[in-house]
Design a protein around this ligand. Structure first.
Ligand code: C2E
Ligand code: CA
Ligand code: CA
Length: 398
């Protein structure tokens, strides 16, 4: 792809008219003609509906919808232009914002500090053509076992964290750690490209250990900053195949200054377990050590009901399949309603996953769901971004 700079379609988003003109002047020198303009996030989204754009040059601080929120909205759309951030904030804020955008799966090329000058902007604009429309690569491509094996040694495991909030108090009560795999050649890959292959090739135990170590280290860092909430980690049924797993979890948590009762393991039943005795013993031992156990993706498995009776779960997590469709789809709604009522009967806190809209929030709240997780609240983000997110969530009146 050798598209020249002058072919780029640029959208400038800044509340300051002077700044827009300054960027336009620089673009003019680079022979980039007729950039689009918007004064805030909302009108930027309107511009994007009207015309195709290759790259957005976006201010971080704007009244109304700021740059951070704008990135979140952008990630929910079908076409994602590349993004260059502008800000008078210091470098660390810009870096965090860039990481946040990347965690959303956006192509954030980098950040330019204000006052904007030609060289850094030009350098970033030159990257646009290099790999248009690069997003999380997942369904299409999986990693090979060899790539996973090498990646584990090369520190390819990254975690992002998605808030879980109480419906009653709107406080953040915990986060779920989600895997992102950074491949040297292919960029950031989704867990679906990694987990199934790891499970089949016997690498899942090493992968889960790495994930638990990273999640506990992050949790220890939050504790040191005075932040106290639960951290959930997904485990595969294959992880419940080792008698030393409970000790590994507890020792890793304690080594980072994390109380095991702050740790939740989300367990999905991927298939009917031929021999339930071993996982049952392991889960019971984890529970005895204070670790929380969540039955994940509830409603999608084959014998979920049966498992609920046998395993000492502390939380029931309804799969997003039944949440997303519920307002319009009778079958999804029926699954949602019956899952909630089962959770109530078993006196388990109920989490609704994948809440994306106010309508879905209102529906699950009216049904008595205790905790919500979903894009409506926040997308998964890097660990360092959580503290700021809590602040902005409160500032928004929650
Ligand atoms: P999950 O455990 O059901 O995790 C929730 C998934 O839903 C996450 O996808 C999350 O990003 C996504 N999600 C959350 N809210 C919304 C929403 O409002 N709308 C939509 N459309 N999606 C939402 P992700 O991160 O791609 O993870 C996919 C699955 O991969 C997870 O599903 C989990 O089964 C597995 N996974 C992720 N991280 C790990 C891990 O560290 N270990 C293991 N064993 N599995 C993992
Ligand atoms: Ca989960
Ligand atoms: Ca799910």
């Amino acid at each position: 792809m050798t598209a020249s700079l002058s072919d780029l379609k640029v959208l400038i988003v800044d509340d300051n008219k002077f700044m827009i003109n300054l960027v336009k002047r620089i673009l003019d020198k680079l022979e980039i003609a007729a950039p689009l303009e918007a004064n805030d996030g909302a009108s930027a989204l309107e511009r994007l509906d009207e015309a195709a754009v290759d790259v957005i040059v976006c201010d971080l601080n704007m009244p109304g919808m700021d740059g951070i929120e704008f990135l979140r909205h952008l990630a929910g759309r079908e076409a994602y232009p590349a993004v260059i951030l502008l800000s008078g904030e210091d470098k660390s804020v810009l870096n965090t914002a860039a990481q946040l955008g990347q965690a959303h799966g956006l192509r954030v090329l980098g950040a330019v500090p204000k006052p904007v000058t030609r060289e850094p902007l030009e350098a970033l604009l030159e990257k646009v053509g290099a790999g248009s429309q690069e997003r999380l690569r997942s369904e299409i491509e999986s990693l090979t076992p060899e790539e996973i094996y090498k990646g584990l040694e090369r520190d390819s495991v990254e975690l992002v964290f998605q808030p879980k909030v109480s419906v009653a108090t709107r406080e953040m009560v915990g986060v779920e750690a989600l895997l992102r795999w950074r491949d040297a050649e292919r960029g950031l890959m989704s867990p679906e490209a990694v987990i199934p292959v790891a499970e089949e090739s016997g690498l899942i135990n090493a992968l889960t250990e790495t994930i638990i170590r990273k999640a506990m280290a992050q949790c220890g860092a939050w504790r040191a900053d005075g932040l106290d909430f639960k951290v959930a980690v997904n485990v595969s049924m294959h992880d419940l195949d080792r008698y030393d797993f409970p000790d590994f979890v507890v020792d890793t948590a304690e080594a980072e200054g994390v109380d095991p009762s702050s740790v939740v393991l989300e367990v999905t039943e991927s298939r009917l377990m031929a021999d339930i005795a071993k996982p049952l013993e392991i889960l019971t031992r984890l529970r005895m050590k204070g670790v929380g156990l969540s039955i994940d993706d509830y409603g999608t498995g084959a014998s979920s009901m049966q498992q609920l009776r046998r395993i000492p779960f502390t939380e029931l997590k309804i799969d997003r399949e039944f949440v997303a469709g519920a307002p319009d789809d009778n079958e999804a709604r029926a699954m949602l309603v019956s899952s909630v009522s089962l959770g109530k009967d078993l006196e388990l806190p109920i989490v609704a996953e994948g809440v994306e809209t106010q309508i879905e929030w209102d529906l699950v709240a009216s049904l008595g769901v205790d905790i919500v997780q979903g894009y409506f609240v926040a997308k998964p983000m890097p660990g360092e971004a959580i503290e700021d997110w809590i602040g902005s969530w409160h500032d928004d009146g929650n």
